[in-house]
Write a protein that binds this ligand. Structure first.
Ligand code: NAD
Length: 285
């Protein structure tokens, strides 16, 4: 199987999507405007392939073939027209995503997706060329380990496009859910509800973060507790999503003052070394 797959943005999500697409046999072009980020992404991808070989998940030949199928590009202008798939994974800002999607649509891809975690597909599609080819392709972090692909169908998305996205999920080894274009989709809306309530419980002194998480892991069989998950996602990311959902659904999604305070103090979770837990190279402390 071949085909051309373009990913825009080589951050946490973009490099994961590119890694999985190369593993599925696509020729991948990973577009990153920041040269430092591009170098870091290339190094990280190299580590991922090396680790897959060490763990026996890939043969050395397969890893080398995947690596050969992936090319880093400094801009969309260097990508040839009519790729099979383009997925944007640039930061969660409406104006930036719209600009990137407009440039991506000019390449006339068969399928155009956004990895947004909270912005409505209808808003991203406004003014877009061929909006019937566009939808949300919401991958989860880390992309190579998480089975879910949330396919978000916008008001202008054609049925054939949704069917193509479901088929793409299968090729990438993902299990899709198809959801209507409502803020927070099916995942962020529920996941953030639990996270915000857990933060209010910490503020109320109900129990320690570790015991609140333990209660959900042992009592409800969640693989990780809501506070540890908030640390993994990033407190700043969750705060942004809470604000988006508050604007859409009202104060039941109002960010708890403790979350706002922690973000203001730079306690962003794993990425900053401190959130509800302390983090270092060895993981959660
Ligand atoms: P990130 O900040 O790690 O990466 C974004 C990358 O895009 C950066 O490297 C940046 O330099 C690059 N970029 C910016 N403008 C660009 C442009 N015009 N062309 C090419 N590259 C450009 O962000 P992330 O965490 O990977 O998130 C990306 C998207 O995925 C966001 O919409 C986010 O909401 C969503 N998302 C994130 C997660 C998560 O856990 N981090 C999970 C699901 C979805």
């Amino acid at each position: 199987m071949s085909g051309r797959f373009v990913v825009v943005g080589a951050g946490t999500m973009g490099l994961g999507i590119a890694y999985v697409a190369a593993g599925a046999g696509y020729r991948v072009e990973l577009v990153e405007v920041d040269p430092g980020r591009a170098t870091a992404a290339g190094a990280r991808l190299g580590e991922l392939w090396e680790r897959a070989v060490q763990r026996g998940k890939l043969t050395a030949d397969a890893a080398a073939a995947n690596r050969e199928r992936l090319t880093l590009r400094p801009s969309l202008g260097e990508v040839a027209p009519e790729p099979d798939v383009v997925v944007e994974a640039v930061p969660e800002r409406l104006d930036l995503k719209r600009a990137v999607l407009r440039d991506a649509a000019a390449l006339r891809p068969a399928l155009l997706g956004s990895n947004t975690s909270s912005i409505a597909i209808a808003e991203l599609a406004a003014g877009l060329d061929r909006p019937e080819r566009f939808l949300g392709l919401h991958f989860f972090n880390p992309v190579w380990a998480m089975a879910l692909l949330e396919v978000v169908v916008g008001p202008a998305t054609a049925d054939e496009t949704t069917a193509a996205a479901v088929a793409l999920a299968g090729r990438l080894g993902k299990d899709p859910v198809v959801v209507r274009d409502m803020p927070g989709f099916a995942t962020s809306r529920l996941g953030v509800t639990l996270g915000l309530e857990a933060i209010r419980m910490v503020a109320d002194g109900v129990a320690s973060p570790a015991d609140i998480d333990k209660a959900m892991v042992l009592g409800y069989r969640h693989p990780v507790g809501p506070l540890e998950l908030t640390d993994l996602v990033g407190l700043d990311v969750r705060l942004d999503i809470a604000r988006t959902l508050q604007a859409a659904y009202g104060d039941r999604f109002a960010p708890p003052p403790l979350l706002e305070k922690m973000v203001a103090e730079g306690k962003l979770g794993r990425k900053s070394g401190q959130g509800f837990y302390h983090w270092d190279e060895g993981g959660r402390r």
